[in-house]
Design a protein around this ligand. Sequence first.
Ligand code: GLN
Length: 301
Amino acid sequence: MNYAQWLEFAKERLVQNQSLDPFLNPKSDSLLLLEFVTKRNRASILAFSDDRLTEFELTQLTELLEKRCQQQPMAYILGEKSFWTLNLKVSPCTLIPRADTEILVEQALKIIKERLKYPQNLVQQEFAILDLGTGTGAIALSLASELEDIAEQHKFNLRIVGVDFLLEAVELARSNAIRHNLNKVEFIQSDWFNEINDHYDMIVANPPYIDENDEHLTQGDVQFEPKTALVSAEEGYSDLKHIIKIAPQYLKPQGVLLLEHGWQQANKVRSFFTKNQWQHVMTIKDYSGNDRVTIGQKNEK
Ligand code: GLN
């Protein structure tokens, strides 16, 4: 069988299964699988579509296509997912990084660059960031990739700590740091703040925030992701509330918290911030125009 024939066959198989899962994308999913197995890029596959698959490649492809027909997420099948400028290893023990979260990285960088205009304000020439529930390490590593050079130029010490309650996630995040040669990031196992006993300039988190009865949990990729990374008690607000309440204890003066939440949760989340005396509370929309991240600054009084 050659590349073109396999693509036709795979597309057909995926179309048959599309009624079960409207998130299947026959054309792009089959191309991605072929790229992955042949280790060739899209352009080369399309240019040499008469090339024949080896017996081994065909066996692998059959297996992967079957997984996709059973609706398994592409990111888990391929074992990787792009986020920000990084290609990250993923595994079913963590959430698959989403483009929605990139706005959090963008805002965090904006705030940090603003702070660096007045480096004399940095406590002990250090900027420290804590990423709670880091999963693949997506947020912590994206920030590290942007900030490591800046820290060197501006001569301040950059310290980024990512925590996850799951050891498997911590190990995955560590391997992603090695993969991208980012060495200002440390990953440790901690249930939220439990193992933390120092202070940060910034805390970031994409905690679980979905209500357990939300039908979104039974659709597409989400049904294969760990519930611990998605679902939170009190209609999805329990972990958001906990972090908003406790974070000030772990922030330096002027420290900021950036918290991702559901697009319909902004009003309530802002009210938790203000009830806990945070200042300058504001919500930012993601690239799809949905309220996604709320930011607050620690109150010094
Ligand atoms: N935004 C994700 C979703 O809707 C959920 C991520 C999370 O709970 N932290 O699938």
